[in-house]
Design a protein around this ligand. Structure first.
Ligand code: HEM
Length: 199
């Protein structure tokens, strides 16, 4: 595999920077935003390939993630998976989310909403936040060879910062959805017809 990226980690909670992002702050400088945008122009030309590599690597390094995918969980042969139409389509969906995130780097409020909704949908997919940071590391490994000598430690740090931001918001969305559903369970228990059964 040959790509060692240290974990993305989570930035400490700090004061609000965006209206809705009370406790999630984008630690991205103007310079980092420009670097990400420039590098995306190159990555964009190879997104289908990068998407597949990213997911095959994810399943290789963290097989527990594969079990979350109904379509892929029973496929043992990762070589075969790399040619699957479904994985290609899924990789493209994720890359297109990254593309939207890059486009919204100047409108963090909109990026926040996008990532929050994605976190909520991942609650429905049963994909827990503890796995999200792996995606950023595998994305970096997948795009490094595309950028060749244009890849620098500073660019790597910029992409890590973006993934840290997005995954923190996704985690928040996941947790909001989790809380919402736990309330639904409580209110079911409190239904009047339920109470009456004890009589
Ligand atoms: C940075 C992290 C991640 C990003 C940006 C991301 C992005 C996406 C996107 C854009 C979709 C398409 C559907 C939608 O928009 O709701 C999706 C679907 C999905 N993701 Fe993720 N994802 C991430 C991490 C993960 C992880 C770690 C897992 C599993 C452990 C996972 C499991 C799934 C599943 C099961 C689906 C639905 C697949 C389907 O039914 O077609 N995701 N993800």
């Amino acid at each position: 595999m040959g790509c060692a990226v240290s974990g993305l980690g989570l930035a400490p909670k700090q004061a609000a920077e965006t209206k809705k992002g009370e406790d999630v702050v984008a630690h991205l400088t103007e310079e980092q935003i420009d670097m990400i945008k420039e590098s995306w122009k190159v990555i964009q030309e190879d997104i289908a390939k990068a998407g597949i590599i990213m997911f095959v690597r994810l399943f290789e390094t963290h097989p527990e993630c594969k079990d979350v995918f109904f379509l892929f969980r029973d496929v043992e042969d990762l070589e075969r998976l790399s040619t699957s139409k479904e994985l290609r389509a899924h990789g493209l969906r994720v890359m297109s989310f990254i593309e939207k995130s890059v486009a919204r780097l100047d409108q963090l409020e909109r990026l926040y909403q996008l990532a929050l909704e994605l976190g909520k949908s991942h609650y429905r997919y049963n994909a827990p936040p503890k796995y999200y940071e792996y995606v950023g590391s595998e994305f970096i490994c997948a795009v490094q060879p595309i950028l060749k000598e244009k890849w620098t430690p500073e660019l790597e740090e910029a992409w890590k910062a973006l993934f840290r931001y997005v995954t923190q918001i996704m985690k928040k969305g996941f947790e909001e959805e989790e809380i919402k559903h736990s309330h639904v369970v409580v209110s079911t228990k409190e239904r009047p017809d339920k109470k009456n059964t004890a009589l």
